[in-house]
Design a protein around this ligand. Structure first.
Ligand code: SF4
Ligand code: SF4
Length: 446
């Protein structure tokens, strides 16, 4: 039976706030030896966790302490890049007399925040291919998630807000806390964007994030950033390419230099993933299933297609497509029973974040996005029923119901993996669809 703490985390609808959206009550309901806080925030331009680790340091430490106790872990490690000097100093001071907690300083490379990379760097533990950190006794968790844990356990507060950075080609890059369910358009307005015509918006980091298809789509709990770039920018153009164009260029332009493989962080951790071989199989029409199945080991970090490939080919997108196709055919990942070997040159092949920023033409946007602790008010929110890994939530309100911020409005369907959703403003339920619950407040003001 789930503990009281796990029940509170579940009822608060906490999911991995780093973008993954995995339900936290499931992730934390384990026995572990170590809990690692992933404070790497390695995607360029995102400025959330590095500022939260300063302004919400007490809640972060409290959330970590709760999860260390809950999992029975012997230690909790906060992994943070050394370049965030103020946060590092405050954290080191905060854990100085704590026997269980410590701070680990990460080098500034990409993707230091890939959870398997963070774990290896901070503890030397190697997650087996196809496995999870818990298979080597570890829980790796996000900063904002732990802050939400402290609020849920100590104050009974559900997740109704999320911190996001709005940056790129915007008048005032900013980091703000917004109610879940406002539109992306409203989020952009907080950075001074009044008209996004001629621009593309990336949801998340520039290496891994996808394009926002509709600016009226709602901001979800796990949102981390919106990056506005001109349509002519390399990162937007490549995201607009069709799969047909990607396949054609793969066939015509891959020179088999294998840079994509040699710099692949999962390959360097010893996993059986060699993107150049997947590209070759597609280039020559080889239906080599064992090669294609390597795609399952791809974490889609984007290193190969946005940094490594000299021909601007897109192995990450190809891998994602191959994975979808294999899964549709019922084909599963490769079993990898043998112990993997970390590549002897792994450390030398880690790519500094500053080099990534230059390579993907973001240097001019690599600026501060100060966190403004202001309460914003919005007229309408659309609360998505699916903001997490698992089944969509089941509405438990009706059109016409009055709701208060924090009320549960959608519950986890019976026996399903999922997370409940909550009203993020006071108001009235005006519409319920298959995908959202719409709540209207009295009127927009700020
Ligand atoms: S880096 Fe590009 S050109 Fe080189 S093998 Fe990989 S996909 Fe082909
Ligand atoms: S996206 Fe590319 S570099 Fe990253 S894990 Fe996948 S194959 Fe490797």
């Amino acid at each position: 039976m789930a503990s009281n703490v796990i029940e509170k985390i579940k009822n608060a609808g906490i999911v991995g706030a780093g973008g993954a959206g995995f339900p936290s009550h499931v992730k934390y309901n384990v026995e572990a030896e170590v809990v690692v806080v992933n404070g790497a925030e390695c995607e360029p331009l995102i400025r959330v966790d590095q500022q939260l680790m300063i302004i919400a340091i007490d809640k972060l430490i409290r959330g970590l302490t709760i999860i260390v106790e809950e999992t029975g872990a012997k230690e909790g490690i906060i992994a943070i890049k050394g370049k965030h000097k103020e946060a590092v100093e405050l954290l080191q001071e905060a854990v100085a007399d704590n026997e269980k907690l410590s701070v680990f300083i990460l080098d500034d490379f990409y993707p230091a925040g890939d959870e398997q990379v963070t774990l290896y760097e901070a503890t030397g533990r190697e997650v087996p291919q196809g496995g999870l950190p818990i298979h080597v006794g570890a829980v790796v968790t996000n900063v904002e998630t732990l802050i939400n844990v402290a609020a849920a356990v100590d104050e009974g507060k559900p997740v109704t807000e999320t911190y996001i950075t709005v940056t790129g080609h915007v008048p005032h890059p900013v980091t703000v806390k917004v109610p879940v369910g406002i539109s992306v358009r409203e989020a952009l307005a907080l950075a001074g964007v009044t008209d996004a015509k001629g621009y593309g918006v990336i949801d998340g980091g520039p290496m891994m994030g996808g394009l926002v298809q509709d600016l009226d789509e709602p901001v979800k709990k796990a949102a981390k950033a919106y990056i506005v770039l001109p349509e002519s920018h390399y990162l937007i153009r490549m995201r607009r390419k069709s799969m047909r164009a990607i396949s054609k260029t793969t066939q015509s332009a891959c020179i088999q230099c294998r840079y994509c493989t040699d710099l692949c962080p999962r390959y360097l951790l010893g996993h059986e993933i060699e993107p150049h071989r997947i590209m070759r199989a597609l280039k020559y029409g080889e239906a080599a299933e064992d090669v294609l199945r390597m795609a399952f080991a791809c974490c889609e970090c984007g290193m190969c297609e946005q940094y490594s490939c000299p021909a601007h080919l897109m192995p990450r997108t190809v891998n994602a497509q191959v994975k979808r196709q294999l899964m549709a055919q019922g084909i599963k990942p490769l079993d990898k029973p043998d112990p993997q070997r970390v590549h002897p040159h792994r450390k030398d092949r880690r790519v500094p974040s500053s080099r990534i920023v230059r390579r993907i033409d973001l240097a001019r946007y690599d600026v501060a996005a100060p966190l403004i602790e202001e309460e914003y008010h919005f007229d309408t929110v659309k609360i998505p029923l699916k903001q997490h890994v698992g089944a969509p939530s089941k509405p438990i309100v009706q059109v016409g119901d009055s709701v208060k911020r924090g009320d549960m409005i959608g519950e986890i369907p019976a026996d399903a993996l999922g997370a409940p959703v909550h009203a993020s403003i006071d108001g009235t339920v005006t519409e319920i669809t298959d995908s959202v619950i719409v709540i209207k407040a009295g009127g927009a003001r700020r």
